[in-house]
Design a protein around this ligand. Structure first.
Ligand code: ADP
Ligand code: MG
Length: 309
């Protein structure tokens, strides 16, 4: 039979906006000493915005050359924005929104996408206006033999060191440009991390994003350890590695790419603002996107377990 205290605990959770899948979840949270957090959409707002773009020198779909500094920015944004309209990723939303805002009056509706593929943890590709378009991280393009020229590589490094996320755009097998997106840390994240620390818990930031952006965010909110440039399968492996060190791990995430890691962790906690895939893989869902509710839920399970111990 389920101890009454566990049922009371799950009921109390509901009042706090913490959905606990079942009483056994509280039991599973016993002994947690490490909290691993996804970056985008978990520690940060996930409302990424396009901060800058640079088309590759001379790149243009038309025969006419681009502007003096580079290629054809409008065309770059139109193709990338159209492709990304088929993705739900925060980067995709930033690019599509920017394309709609910038081109709305100039170019009308974004063109349709066919043959769309999502390369989980890497980026996206598809056909737009008869052109093969790819948007994603550097190693996605490298797999297609597309390298980044030195001038753009410098811009990439600079963006990363400033905590932004650059993605590359390739059109018909050639590099077309770089889009730089960034988002802000949630107002409540630093307080939440401080509370986890005060509870004696270690914190780890686990992200698919670049190391510069990851370290910038970790420093801003006070997270101790950083694991960056992790593919979805690397996220699971990272959780398993921590467990093999003898640590008991809670994982907090919101994305499709977090689901397997949420399931692997001793306790998975999903952001209620995140994807259904993450919520279904987690034992606890915090209804608001507020990380302080993660500290609340771990405190609640501690109190509840203390009663029945
Ligand atoms: P995170 O752990 O930060 O949520 P993801 O695993 O979702 O990261 O993505 C890792 C990286 O893959 C991103 O930083 C980006 O470079 C690239 N990427 C993933 N999806 C997209 C997309 N739709 N458009 C552009 N780049 C993408
Ligand atoms: Mg995320």
């Amino acid at each position: 039979a389920t101890p009454t205290a566990l049922l009371v605990g799950t009921g109390r959770g509901a009042q706090l906006g913490i959905l606990i899948r079942g009483p056994e979840v509280l039991e599973a949270s016993r002994g947690i000493d490490t909290v691993v957090l996804d970056k985008t959409g978990t520690v940060t707002t996930g409302a990424m915005k396009l901060a800058a773009m640079h088309s590759a020198r001379g790149w243009s779909l038309r025969n006419a050359a681009g502007d003096d500094d580079g290629g054809d920015d409008v065309e770059l944004l139109r193709l990338a924005g159209a492709l990304e309209s088929a993705s739900e990723h925060p980067i995709a939303r930033a690019v599509t929104n920017a394309a709609r805002e910038t081109l709305g009056s100039v170019a009308g509706k974004l063109p349709a996408v066919s043959d769309f593929s999502n390369h989980q943890g890497y980026g996206v590709s598809g056909i737009v206006s008869g052109h093969t378009v790819m948007v994603g991280r550097r190693d996605l393009l490298r797999q297609q033999g597309i390298e980044v020229p030195d001038d753009l590589a410098g811009l990439l490094a600079q963006a990363e060191s400033q905590g932004s996320t650059p993605v590359l755009v390739a059109v018909d097998g050639g590099l077309a440009g770089v889009l730089i997106v960034s988002d802000a840390v949630k107002e409540t994240s630093a307080e939440a991390i401080a509370r986890l620390g005060a509870m004696g818990l270690s914190t780890v930031l686990l992200t698919g994003d670049n190391s510069g952006a990851a370290h910038r965010v970790a420093a801003e909110v006070g997270i101790e350890e950083v694991i960056a440039e992790a593919l979805p399968k690397d996220k699971v492996a990272a959780i398993r590695a921590l467990q093999q060190q003898g640590r008991t791990v809670a994982m907090v995430g919101d994305g499709v790419n977090d689901a397997a890691a949420l399931a692997q962790a001793d306790l998975g906690i999903a952001m209620g603002t995140g994807t259904d895939v993450a919520i279904n893989a987690a034992g606890i869902t915090v209804m608001r996107g507020d990380l302080r509710a993660v500290a609340d839920s771990l405190a609640l399970s501690r109190r509840t377990l203390r009663v029945i111990r």
